[in-house]
Design a protein around this ligand. Structure first.
Ligand code: WTA
Length: 676
């Protein structure tokens, strides 16, 4: 008894109460066509075969020169993969497909307005446009190998064209999510020392043509105040030949790409032969504190990894139409809209707007029209689609063979709706757990080999060897007891460092568990993901959220996700978020925020029903102080619920700056409701 008590109250451990879900098995039809069905892959990628096993991934690419060494650990923990090898990412995503597939669609660009036609760009067309723009970047903007350039663009075909043109020249791109503010853009310009900013005049969002160019002006001005001069702003036009923004162009600084590129029509640029370990791009991740971290991703390791993940986990075949509904401004879009699918010569869909514009059926109409058969999205979008149009998917003639969920833990209830309604019971689902830092997937089932389990990401993907550690660095082996999930081995997709801040990189991701900072042996450097997780008896990992998202009630640690999951079992509930509130006696108490599906009115009965459901599924210990039925959750632009804001409201604290949220107005409504 005494022992058990200690286990339940150490820092990293959380008692997990939820039930194991039943397996769902992939259909024989799916297995019959899958890229990876040989269970021996897990032996091939065992730690005994590390790092040699990863040659299988590198061989999916075309190299100018093979590597001298698979893994160089001499600068631990800044690993170098396929050291000495030479390749070019743009060549691998375009040129090498031309011989057999030049007339195949590379990109389907879907404008938000339904009356506008879908643009189908072939690999040949992509080749031409990337070359011409690369020539412009080199000869007009003066960019060369190793320079950084900031790209602040919306979802458009021009965004991957811009990225691939940079990659062709060996210029390191730093894409800033289009919905981010000018000041977020300026921070990234400054940190990466970009002297060129690439922008677009306007784009559609919920039916409105937004002025985007205005952000470029403001960002350049803010950066200048900090001493970072941007001397050229290259502006793509949403409607080529027509300027769609009211913000004037600045003479001698701003240029329309559509005009300048005419001087480069017909140009062809020989791809730079990049070293495998040369950086391909920076992707900034905000984290909860401190300034954004510029995650630096490599050329050879990253591209090998995302190509292999796209093939084995996304099951992409050249004939598939693949739609990842993320934004290219996030890592998911980099890896699984642009680099992975294009390296495999797939057709990738880029949708400009919101999935529910003009109505809840839009996503499914796009799927039907383009005959999409692989679909990739996040729990937040799934919850939104379930909330406003639970019966919509059935109205459309589309058939997915494969679906992905990524970005947050998915509640089993939501997973089941995704499987039956969106997937029509025909599609397999992969729940892919990974991070901006990791380049590609860490945990997921291999769809043609392992069964699915709602709410569980699954085992490590081939080559990834996770381990759950407690605060003393001891392995947690007991199912149902959670700890800090770490990865024991390096892998090619992992970022190389934080741009300009190696100490922070080593500290944040390795500081906690590395016992010997001088060691050059990778075994001494487990990677700390910063998530809490539990491992079931079958080796499947269930991610509980960030280590900090844990509530300690009377010395009993509860994962916020399990309480949220329990409330989603109640019919009327669309979304739920739990935050800790200070309590004199218990230490902390959970406060629960819930939004209801349309058609339901908030009432005391519903609140009571939710509270009862939690007590029933988890226990009285998890009973919320109060169930707040709110009109909507405060969310980030990428759709993650801002628990920090709700926590501040519950604790009568300062909500801080909420202007970067997707829906800042809802904060005041909730504050009034809670604080009176
Ligand atoms: C969370 C997104 C549960 C996790 C690719 C991680 C997930 C953070 C999942 C990284 C998943 C991502 N199940 N949690 N399938 N995928 N997360 O950097 O907390 O935007 O650490 O990368 O999202 O978010 P990021």
């Amino acid at each position: 008894m005494g022992d058990k008590k200690i286990q339940e109250t150490t820092e990293a451990q959380i008692a997990v109460h939820w039930q194991e879900e039943e397996y769902y098995y992939p259909s024989t039809k799916f297995i019959g066509q899958a890229n990876l069905t040989d269970p021996e892959v897990f032996d091939r990628f065992s730690l005994d075969n590390f790092p040699q096993c990863y040659v299988e991934f590198a061989e999916m690419l075309t190299w100018y020169k093979y590597w001298d060494e698979v893994l160089d650990t001499s600068d631990a923990p800044c690993w170098k993969w396929f050291k000495g090898g030479k390749l070019n990412a743009s060549y691998n995503c375009i040129d090498r497909h031309l011989k057999d597939n030049k007339n195949k669609t590379a990109i389907h660009f879907v404008p938000e307005l339904e009356e506008e036609r879908v643009d189908h760009i072939t690999y040949q067309e992509l080749y031409v446009r990337v070359n011409e723009f690369a020539a412009l970047l080199r000869d007009f903007a003066g960019l060369k190998r190793g320079d950084r350039v900031t790209i602040h663009m919306p979802m458009s075909a021009e965004l991957p064209i811009t990225m691939l043109a940079c990659a062709r020249l060996g210029v390191i791109h730093s894409v800033v999510f289009g919905g981010f503010s000018a000041s977020a853009c300026a921070d990234r310009i400054i940190d990466s020392n970009s002297r060129v900013l690439i922008s677009m005049d306007a784009y559609y969002r919920s039916g409105n043509l937004l002025n985007h160019k205005v952000n470029a002006d403001e960002a350049v001005e803010l950066a200048a105040k900090e001493g970072q001069v941007v001397d050229k702003v290259l502006v793509w036009q949403r409607y080529p030949g027509k300027y769609s923004s009211e913000t004037p162009m600045v003479d001698g600084r701003d240029y329309f790409v559509n005009e300048v590129v005419k001087d480069y029509y017909g140009s062809r640029i020989e791809p730079e032969q990049m070293l495998s370990e040369d950086p391909l791009f920076l992707m900034y991740t905000s984290g909860t504190t401190g300034k954004p971290k510029g995650c630096q991703h490599s050329t050879g390791g990253y591209l090998s990894y995302v190509t292999a993940m796209s093939k084995y986990i996304q099951d992409i075949h050249p004939e598939d139409v693949y739609w990842c509904m993320a934004d290219i401004g996030w890592i998911t879009g980099h890896s699984f809209i642009v680099y992975g699918p294009l390296a495999l010569c797939a057709s990738t869909v880029i949708y400009e707007g919101v999935p529910t514009y003009p109505d809840a059926g839009r996503s499914w109409r796009i799927a039907q029209e383009l005959d999409v058969n692989i679909f990739h999205t996040a729990p937040t979008a799934i919850r939104a689609l379930r909330k406003i149009g639970p019966d919509e998917p059935a109205k459309y003639e589309y058939h997915f063979k494969h679906m992905t969920t990524v970005g947050e833990p998915i509640e089993p209830e939501v997973w089941k709706w995704y499987e039956s309604a969106v997937g029509k019971g025909e599609a397999i689902i992969v729940d892919t757990w990974w991070q901006t830092e990791t380049g590609g997937f860490l945990c997921s089932t291999v769809p043609g080999i392992k069964p699915m389990k709602p709410g569980s990401a699954g085992p490590g993907v081939p080559g990834i060897h996770p381990i759950i550690l407690d605060d003393n660095g001891d392995e947690v082996t007991q199912p149902g007891i959670a700890g800090n999930i770490c990865i024991q081995n390096p892998w090619p997709g992992c970022f190389q460092t934080i741009w300009g801040d190696r100490d922070r990189f080593v500290d944040t991701y390795f500081g906690r568990y590395c016992k010997n900072p001088e060691s050059k042996d990778w075994r001494d450097w487990p990677y700390l993901a910063g998530d809490a997780a539990t491992k079931s008896a079958d080796g499947y990992y269930r991610i509980l959220g960030r280590i900090d998202d844990v509530i300690n009630v009377s010395g009993h640690r509860l994962g916020t996700k399990e309480i949220e999951s329990a409330s989603l079992v109640v019919e009327e509930v669309a979304e739920a978020a739990v935050v800790p509130v200070a309590h004199d006696i218990k230490g902390k108490e959970p406060d629960l925020y819930v939004s209801l599906k349309p058609g339901y009115e908030a009432s005391d009965e519903i609140a009571q029903k939710i509270s009862d459901a939690i007590c029933e599924q988890i226990g009285k210990i998890a009973k919320p102080r109060k169930v707040w039925l709110v009109p909507d959750m405060p969310k980030t632009r990428s759709g993650k619920i801002m628990r920090r804001v709700l926590g501040a409201i519950s604790n009568k604290g300062d909500v801080g700056n909420v202007m970067t949220l997707a829906n800042p107005e809802v904060v005041e409504t909730i504050r009034t409701m809670v604080q009176g």
